[in-house]
Design a protein around this ligand. Structure first.
Ligand SMILES: *Cc1c(COP(=O)(O)O)cnc(C)c1O
Length: 357
């Protein structure tokens, strides 16, 4: 067994905490971070919480050349009585290991790292903002650190967890967005890395994102990479449609990211006896249903926004205006329920939340 005792080095210069609740996403970081190293002979070792600071890496560190890296994203919420809650963090560490497997990165001990994360949050408690809609965003990630230009898995890695207070995703309530259905670029294909949270999946989407923005859209809806026929997901959100009373979301096929919000929504809908199916859905089928007036709601789901209602879809010059650009009743109910559970206002019957003591 390696020495796995958590070392803690406290920062001597604490930073001022941001006052505003309109903090730009991911630009402010807390006083401390979690670090752990991997070497083939030692395994994962030396877990530590240290002052937040820049890294020094060799320019030939493998991460810079072939992108062997994975990440996660979750949040800590300030609940009633100043309790701090995490939402299904076990799922994030499970997924981190699934992503790592795809990228040939050695697995972490999920329970151990989750315990270290709760220690870190406990130290940074005062950084969890309290205004409605705000939270402390948690970014665990692993990078390949071996100094080598060989095209092969790294022999050493670094796992880090950094924390960033984030403002409300929607100022002034949920606002439906316009999304472009991408007909040229591909995000992922079956057998590729679409099911992993790994850097290259996102940077390879920037061209399509820029094209969408230029035409006044807020995001991209990706289609399958083979036929450009079946709906997959949005930039960093899964997608749901309510069609003629039934909720439909694309089935997991290896190229779609398995969202924890997606999973939670499916579980809630089942509990509420609202029909929900995971299946292939083509954009043509959606358009036909739209023309027949059957598309009642559409929404993206992910940790950042929880629910992001879709008010309009643009596909090959055709427009689908959904629910008159208004928030659907079900979208609102799902949003209220999940954010309610996250902040301790709605009873957590599923044991989804974990309190940080
Ligand atoms: C993170 C992510 C999601 C949403 O996952 P959650 O676990 O719900 O936050 C969906 N799609 C992509 C591509 C993602 O990176």
């Amino acid at each position: 067994m390696n020495e796995q005792k958590l070392e803690i080095v406290k920062s001597k210069n604490l930073k001022p905490k941001p006052q505003s609740d309109q903090i730009p996403f991911g630009r402010t970081f807390t006083d401390h971070m979690f670090v752990m190293d991997y070497e083939v002979e030692k395994g994962w070792h030396d877990p530590r919480i240290v002052p937040y600071e820049p890294l020094t890496l060799d320019p030939a560190a493998m991460i810079f050349h072939y992108g062997q890296t994975v990440f996660e994203g979750l949040k800590a919420y300030r609940a009633e009585e100043d309790r701090i809650l995490l939402f299904r963090p076990d799922m994030n560490f499970q997924r981190l290991n699934r992503s790592s497997e795809r990228l040939s990165i050695p697995p972490i001990d999920e329970d151990q790292v989750m315990n270290h994360l709760t220690e870190l949050i406990s130290i940074e408690k005062d950084w969890v903002p309290s205004t409605e809609g705000t939270s402390l965003y948690i970014r665990p990630f692993i990078i390949a650190t071996e100094t080598s230009l060989a095209v092969a898995p790294s022999q050493s890695y670094k796992l880090m967890i950094i924390l960033s207070p984030v403002g409300s995703y929607f100022t002034g309530g949920l606002r439906p967005v316009t999304i472009n259905v991408e007909d040229q670029f591909t995000r992922a294909v079956k057998g590729g890395t679409g099911m992993a949270k790994t850097a290259g999946n996102y940077s390879s989407g920037y061209q399509a994102q820029a094209k969408a923005y230029k035409e006044g859209n807020a995001d991209v809806l990706w289609l399958d990479g083979m036929e450009k026929k079946y709906i997959e997901e949005v930039g960093s959100m899964n997608i749901f449609f309510k069609i003629n009373g039934e909720v439909v979301t694309p089935e997991l096929n290896g190229s779609i990211l398995k969202g924890i919000t997606r999973m939670s929504i499916i579980e809630l809908l089942k509990k509420w006896d609202i029909p929900v199916v995971e299946r292939k859905i083509s954009v043509e089928e959606l358009y036909k249903a739209y023309e027949e007036g059957l598309v009642e709601e559409a929404f993206g789901t992910g940790t950042a926004a929880v629910i992001s209602p879709v008010g309009e879809l643009n596909w090959l010059g055709r427009k689908m205006i959904i629910n008159d650009h208004q928030i659907g009743e079900l979208s609102q109910k799902l949003y209220d329920t999940i954010t309610g559970i996250q902040t301790g206002k709605v009873e957590d019957r599923h044991e989804w939340t974990l309190e940080v003591k």
